[in-house]
Design a protein. Structure first.
Lengths: 426, 298
């Protein structure tokens, strides 16, 4: 009885669905299949030490998605974000990803700050055939060692920071003889130092390395390292430190004269300037992992809207992870809209979005074109500057800014980072 | 030859930080036989409250040297409020339960406190550098050190001596030793075991918070420091022998000097030093350097 009733109900709904489909076909097939909302999983660190990146990037997502939804969403479809905490390690992120796709039934996922999480999630995205946009992780291995159809990254990889740092150092201090590195002992620190050292020695072959220090990520206490650097007296010290580790390094190093003895490069230092405030020594080279600096191109309307809107809502200026999130959300919107246009107004299937995403160009703060190349990886320009304390801001700003165009700091399409650096003339 | 001096000095400086981290953990274990995972959170809490009080004090424009009092007051306040609360509400009901339950309870407390601190202070690093820079620097063997670092050595020494003197030399201390040896007989002798436990745990909490507050001027006070603290403190305490203050001091010294030596001589190995020492010590002395065999009590 019950069984046949179910069959009957199913049969009825099937007929109804078919009728609807036919009606829709008569109307416009695609317009009918437009979803009620676009469900987007947004993954970033909301707890733990990396929350200093994660929360500002989530803020940017919140702000931008609200703005897009007020303006009518993507092709008339509202974006509904589901925010997920990236803490817990790569294995947990793989199960969270599966849960997002299979239980929450998200249409796409934007996320991942940690390179380990990016590397772990990408193959699963491929397996589940879900469009996945990596927004912040830096490893060059992801698209240099693999090919993915469903995975994109709307930013440049770590080569940009290290190469720009090397070029900037040589422009500020052309007579540099000795360099030393203090980097966190894991993939990001190791890769950053390797690329910086390689670029320095390629551009100025007589440069000597006097110390390579590898404190633990989040070590916090650097007395011995600072003593070692004070005795080694290198001309230039490179550090790709992030988070509170920068704060600790500056707090402990500045009173002991480290920053006046050597020219220090903090290749990812931009995101900590507002936290270190007036204690930041002047004359430190700071990178912004792209051209993400709130005072760069500040009058551009798109940039101004973002900086002002973000500051009004969260009380701080956006930092580079916020810009990276902007690039991801705006990239998704651009790709969907291009796919809708290419499909004559129909709501696109994922294949059409992927096709639209490859090689796409769209506008992002600070008012420039963002390019995602056909290898699914973004390229960006980079800026570097030197810290300077000014009365207008309660923290150090970047002075003597130099902008490196995309071609100068990103390997050409299809060329691996190390091969690219090795191929430089001189 | 400055390198050996620098290694020794940097090693002792780091050892002071490590000892301040580990003292409370080993004290609580020694008295109560509870491995308090939330020790790291109490450390973080001390760092936050100490920093907050210093910032509040500095904004009043009072004489700057008094900021060190504000730093200490923050730690004592945090420890003496949270310590008794946790002991009464969470630990007292589980003393009779197996160790796994105790571990789980203190671990949940760790997670809860982590979120509470995030709610109160947010995710951006909380920051005060003045107590570190204010005392100026001194050049030893050609290397500049901050006076604050040397002060930490003195504070760590004083803490160790005070705690040991309090346990060995006072009436309450001797009662604590009695309770540690045998809880039941101590009760029959009229010792108020429950009150002593509250006292011991509160002392441990204050020590943890003190460690946090004193280290705070060196570091960024931000989410994640509690994890780092508990892992390091645990390693030091295990090397020294769970429950032994002398062991914690020696463990801190060994780890500190070895790490400093690694920074100078073999930076590639710095990450592994703490754990290599731990493995080496546990291979030869499974109960740690000062750990004692526990007699069966039946």
């Amino acid at each position: 009885m019950i069984r046949s009733a179910t069959v009957r109900v199913r049969g009825v709904s099937l007929v109804a669905a078919m009728a609807l489909a036919i009606a829709a076909g008569a109307d416009r097939a695609a317009a009918q299949s437009k979803p009620a909302e676009l469900k987007v999983g947004v993954v970033s660190f909301l707890s733990g030490a990396a929350a200093v990146f994660g929360v500002p990037s989530k803020n940017a997502a919140e702000w931008l998605i609200d703005k897009y939804n007020k303006e009518g969403g993507i092709g008339g479809v509202r974006i509904r974000p589901i925010y997920i905490d990236e803490a817990g390690g790569a294995e947990k992120q793989v199960s969270e990803f599966r849960r997002l796709v299979l239980d929450e039934k998200v249409d796409l996922v934007i996320g991942y700050i940690s390179s380990a999480d990016c590397l772990a999630v990408a193959p699963v995205a491929e397996e589940l055939r879900v469009l996945t946009v990596l927004f912040d992780c830096g490893t060059n291995r992801i698209f240099e060692d693999n090919k993915y159809r469903y995975v994109f990254r709307t930013k440049a990889h770590q080569a940009l920071d290290s190469v720009a740092a090397a070029k900037y150092v040589l422009s500020i201090k052309p007579d540099v003889k000795t360099i030393a590195g203090i980097n966190q002992d894991y993939a990001w620190g190791r890769d950053s130092w390797d690329t910086f050292r390689r670029a320095m020695q390629k551009l100025k072959p007589d440069v000597q390395v006097t110390a390579e220090l590898w404190p633990k990520l989040l070590a916090g206490e650097y007395s011995a390292e600072i003593s070692r650097l004070l005795t080694a007296k290198p001309d230039v010290i490179h550090s790709s430190f992030w988070n509170g580790d920068i704060v600790g390094f500056v707090k402990q190093g500045a009173p002991r004269g480290l920053f006046s003895q050597s020219l220090v490069v903090l290749s990812a230092g931009e995101h900590m300037l507002q936290d270190v405030g007036k204690d930041m020594p002047e004359g430190v080279i700071v990178g912004a992992r792209g051209d993400h600096w709130f005072l760069h191109n500040a009058t551009d309307p798109l940039h101004k809207e973002f900086v002002d809107g973000y500051r009004a809502r969260y009380g701080r200026y956006p930092i580079y992870p916020s810009y990276h999130m902007y690039q991801a959300v705006a990239g998704v919107k651009a790709a969907f809209e291009k796919a809708i246009k290419d499909g004559g107004g129909a709501w696109p299937k994922v294949d059409a979005v992927i096709k639209a995403f490859e090689g796409i160009e769209y506008r992002v703060p600070p008012g420039r074109t963002m390019t995602v190349r056909s290898d699914h990886n973004g390229i960006e320009p980079a800026i570097m500057g030197i810290t300077k304390q000014v009365p207008q801001y309660p923290f150090a700003i970047l002075d003597r800014i130099r902008v490196f165009p995309q071609a100068e700091v990103n390997p050409p399409l299809g060329v691996k980072t190390n091969d690219w650096i090795d191929s430089w003339k001189k | 030859m400055t390198v050996p001096i620098a290694i020794l000095l940097d090693g002792v400086l780091y050892a002071a930080v490590l000892f301040l981290l580990a003292a409370g953990l080993t004290l609580v274990y020694g008295v109560m036989r509870i491995l308090n995972i939330a020790h790291g959170s109490l450390y973080a809490l001390g760092a936050y409250t100490g920093t907050a009080l210093v910032l509040a004090y500095l904004s009043t424009g009072g004489p700057e040297p008094l900021m060190y009092l504000a730093l200490l007051a923050g730690a004592v306040l945090a420890g003496s409020i949270v310590g008794p609360l946790v002991e009464r509400l969470l630990l007292r009901p589980i003393y009779a339960r197996e160790e796994v339950v105790q571990l789980l309870v203190t671990f949940s407390l760790f997670l809860i406190l982590e979120d509470v601190m995030k709610l109160v202070w947010g995710v951006q690093p909380y920051y005060v550098a003045k107590p570190y820079a204010y005392l100026g620097t001194v050049t030893i063997a050609g290397v500049r050190y901050a006076w604050y670092q040397l002060l930490l050595i003195a504070v760590a020494l004083a803490t160790g001596v005070l705690v040991v003197a309090a346990i060995r030399g006072t009436r309450i201390g001797r009662m604590i030793i009695a309770v540690t040896a045998d809880r039941e007989i101590s009760t029959t002798l009229g010792i108020n075991v429950a009150r002593l436990f509250t006292l011991a745990f509160t002392a441990g909490a204050i020590l943890a918070a003190l460690g946090g507050a004193l280290v705070a001027p060196l570091i960024a006070v931000a989410p994640g420091i509690s994890v780092e603290a508990i892992v390091l403190a645990f390693a030091v305490v295990v090397i020294g022998g769970l429950g032994s203050l002398e062991g914690a001091a020696l463990g801190a010294l060994i780890v500190g000097v070895t790490r400093a030596a690694a920074v100078y001589l073999l930076p590639e190995a710095e990450l592994a030093t703490v754990y290599l020492i731990m493995v080496a010590v546990l291979l030869f002395r499974p109960r740690g350097l000062f750990g004692e065999l526990e007699m069966r009590r039946i």
